[in-house]
Design a protein around this ligand. Structure first.
Ligand code: HEM
Length: 430
């Protein structure tokens, strides 16, 4: 008997048996999923890989194609996590508000976010959130306005007569603007390196989670480590001379000087660095995306651009409308059409395509026969939740800034129905 060929036959047989066994197991698992979810349509994709590649290629197209095919709820598996996506305003509102869902996201996001409030619940979420929100109050915006206007005017002047990559320019401009609110004394040289590292960091969120020095995910983790080290250095600087920084009101100082009333402990440098890093990243990328969309849609709707320019002129006059020293928040609030235009842009092109939550128990979805099994993630499509809300926005498919003019739709804390979903659950100036 030929030993080698009998070994080969045995190996082939073993492979077939394992494959059949895996197949049967998978079928059984999928049947259980059907039962547990009440038959939510959609597919979990390939074992291990799920539908990650499709999603990472273009998350907007991914969601739109499935929403067209399956309606307001579908299931998928992304980056190793089973997930139910909701694409209706009513279900988005339910998931944001129901106690059946807590903070939660992909394990790769958790590795990149680190110890950040977005992945925490209760006190651990509320307290660090307040440290950020205090620095974003109206009074803080008011005092920083001249600085913002100078930075923005300088950027616009730099762009004149040149072809620019708008997203890259906006991000650079916003890092200067945001650092004033977040770490107000960050030296310019560090702002430049931060900008480069943030780009590499951001690419890690939808990259294959392979930790090697040459992969996007590996590079994102390296950039994260550099950024954390840089921010920890700033913590040491402030803590070594507390008197010098006592009057500072930026987000960073709120974290540095916080003392836990229950334990009397201050936040560690590492905790502060992780929270401030995500705040920088979250504020720059989102705002840059919102501004880029405004520029795009103003070009696609010249009649809106004309109306905004007309609104501007009597207020400020001249070619260069803003004066850093005399422009006030009240004046900006009077630019009703421009404000309405910005809201409409964010309604039709949410800068933040999805927010994520996790089911803390088996969670029925109202108005359907479906259930999100405990431990599954839920993706809330910001685009659909907001843009397609016919209840809140008659003629939802039309681009109509007028709907946000005074007397039309508003979004305030108390009026959650119309809250601006692009900012998650409600408005964003706390
Ligand atoms: C156009 C610009 C922005 C957009 C579209 C945006 C969007 C969002 C969204 C959708 C969420 C909710 C995520 C979730 O619930 O899972 C969120 C959370 C958050 N954003 Fe923004 N954001 C923007 C600018 C900013 C800025 C400038 C800051 C300032 C630091 C900021 C700080 C935060 C914080 C701290 C949270 C966490 C809130 C919480 O979990 O309670 N964002 N943002």
């Amino acid at each position: 008997m030929d030993l080698r060929s009998s070994n080969n036959r045995l190996l082939a047989l073993a492979v077939v048996v394992v494959a059949v066994w895996k197949y049967v197991q998978r079928r059984k698992y999928l049947r259980e999923v059907e039962e547990k979810t009440g038959g939510i349509p959609g597919t979990l994709g390939w074992p291990g890989l799920g539908e990650t590649i499709d999603f990472a290629t273009n998350s907007r197209v991914f969601v739109e194609a499935r929403a067209r095919q399956h309606g307001k709820v579908f299931k998928t598996n992304l980056m190793g996590a089973n997930m139910v996506y909701v694409t209706s305003p009513e279900l988005a509102e339910h998931v944001y508000n129901s106690k059946d869902f807590g903070q939660g996201t992909f394990s790769t996001f958790i590795e990149l976010f680190g110890d950040f409030l977005l992945v925490k619940n209760g006190k651990e979420h509320e307290r660090p959130r307040r440290l950020i929100t205090h620095a974003l109050a109206d009074s803080a915006l008011k005092s920083n306005l001249p600085y913002f206007i100078k930075e923005i005017s300088a950027s616009v002047d730099r762009w004149r007569g040149r072809q620019v990559f708008i997203m890259a320019e906006l991000k650079l401009m916003l890092i200067h603007v945001m650092s004033k609110i977040l770490i107000s004394d960050l030296p310019s040289a560090l702002i430049e390196t931060t900008s480069k590292d943030l780009d590499a960091f951001g690419k890690g969120f939808f990259a294959a989670p392979i930790k090697a020095s040459f992969t996007e995910y590996g590079k994102a983790l390296q950039a994260r480590a550099r950024l954390i080290k840089m921010i920890e250095g700033q913590v040491q600087k402030r803590r070594s001379d507390p008197a010098k920084y006592a009057g500072f009101t930026d987000v960073f100082q709120n974290y540095v000087s916080f003392v836990d009333p229950d334990t009397n402990a201050e936040h560690s440098a590492s905790f502060i660095a992780q929270n401030v890093l995500v705040a920088i990243f979250g504020s720059v990328d989102t705002t840059a995306s919102a501004m880029a969309s405004c520029i795009l849609l103003a070009n696609q709707h010249p009649e809106c651009l004309k109306r905004m320019a007309e609104e501007f002129r009597p207020f400020f006059g001249g070619d260069h409308p803003f004066s850093a020293d005399s422009t006030t928040l009240d004046q900006l609030a009077c630019l009703h059409y421009m404000n309405a235009f910005i809201c409409e842009v964010m309604r039709v092109r949410s800068p933040f395509t999805a927010a994520f939550r996790q089911a803390v128990r088996d969670a029925p979805l109202p108005g359907t026969n479906f259930t999100v099994p405990e431990g599954w993630l839920v993706g809330i499509s910001q685009d659909y939740a907001f843009r397609s809300s016919v209840k809140n926005f008659p003629e939802a498919a039309a681009f109509k800034p007028e709907r946000f003019m005074p007397g039309g739709v508003s979004f305030t804390h108390s009026d959650f129905k119309h809250a601006l979903y692009p900012f998650g659950k409600g408005a964003h100036i706390w």
